[in-house]
Ligand binder design. Structure first.
Ligand code: HEM
Length: 268
């Protein structure tokens, strides 16, 4: 199996040759050597570097294009939601007796950069949904869901459902009239589902109807349950992408010229 040669050490990390006559005290490390020593120290104890090389220095097929960046773009949108969500959570209060609406107003009107961060989170949600469907479309039209990548696809389908569930649970949090009624309608639509419908709506309302715990329930699902599950699933998704390599574009026919369809091979 051909191996990709390791990239050379950056200049700043290469040990400087000693000047003639320059005496270096035995055992004393120069600053550059000290830097290497810290990395070596960590690596000796964690053995992380082979894993990092495996993840970062991989072969990708010839002929890949911008459409292949949609998965990473979705990942970036997810991270944006996570980071802005943490800052919003510092000021948001899931209080159905008016506190939730007031806390959002406070974020928008008084908190430093509050409206900006809130806007990033709100619009970022739509951006993530658009990107995830574009990524899914790329994978579908390139046939990248076929053997051996079926599990990558199945995990992706769960990620789509969870992303939409994030949108649904997040919509209630501003707790204005639109948020309240949209959620009531949404939960009632769930209630109409066959067999599990009534149980689902009972679970989402936290009872037979909208009540004081519905908002905190949505908040817990929105900021703890779903993001936790998504982070784990994205980890599994990316592990599989790294392990299996990326598919070549379908218009590159294997056989004609070996260099033209170089299949992705993870450096193992
Ligand atoms: C949070 C959501 C997601 C993230 C962060 C994510 C991330 C990625 C990344 C970074 C790649 C490699 C580069 C690329 O092909 O774009 C990838 C590949 C892949 N993704 Fe996703 N993805 C997500 C959702 C989905 C969904 C919804 C599906 C399908 C239902 C899916 C199916 C796949 C498949 C099959 C591959 C392998 C593509 C290939 O080998 O060419 N992913 N994903």
């Amino acid at each position: 199996m051909p191996r990709i040669p390791a990239p050379p050490l950056p200049k700043a990390l290469q040990p400087r040759p000693k000047r003639p006559g320059q005496d270096v005290e035995a055992g004393a490390a120069t600053p550059v050597e000290a830097g290497i020593t810290v990395v070596d120290w960590l690596d000796e104890r964690t053995a992380l570097s082979p894993g990092i090389r495996w993840l970062m220095w991989r072969k990708v097929p010839r002929g890949i294009n911008w459409a292949y960046t949609l998965g990473s773009a979705t990942l970036f949108a997810f991270l944006n939601q996570a980071v802005t969500g943490v800052f919003l959570a510092m000021y948001y209060r899931p209080d159905a007796a008016g506190g939730a609406y007031e806390s959002i107003r406070n974020i928008n009107d008084n908190v430093f950069l509050g409206q900006f961060v809130h806007g990033m989170h709100k619009w970022g949600a739509s951006v993530m949904i658009i990107l995830i469907f574009l990524h899914m479309g790329r994978v579908f039209f390139y046939g990248a869901y076929k053997y051996p990548r079926e599990l990558t696809w199945v995990i992706g389908v769960v990620l789509v459902i969870l992303t939409l569930a994030m949108g649904f649970t997040g919509y209630l949090l501003p707790f204005d009239q639109r948020a309240y009624w949209a959620s009531v309608v949404g939960i009632n639509i769930n209630a109409g589902g066959p067999f599990v419908g009534p149980f689902l709506s009972n679970f989402l309302f936290g009872g037979a109807d909208f009540n004081a715990t519905t908002l905190s329930r949505f908040y817990a699902i929105h900021m703890l349950v779903i993001p936790g599950a998504m982070a784990a699933l994205i980890g599994a998704h990316l592990y599989l992408v790294t392990k299996l390599g990326i598919t070549a574009p379908p218009w590159l026919k294997p056989g004609a010229d070996d260099t033209d369809h170089a299949l992705a091979e993870a450096e193992v």
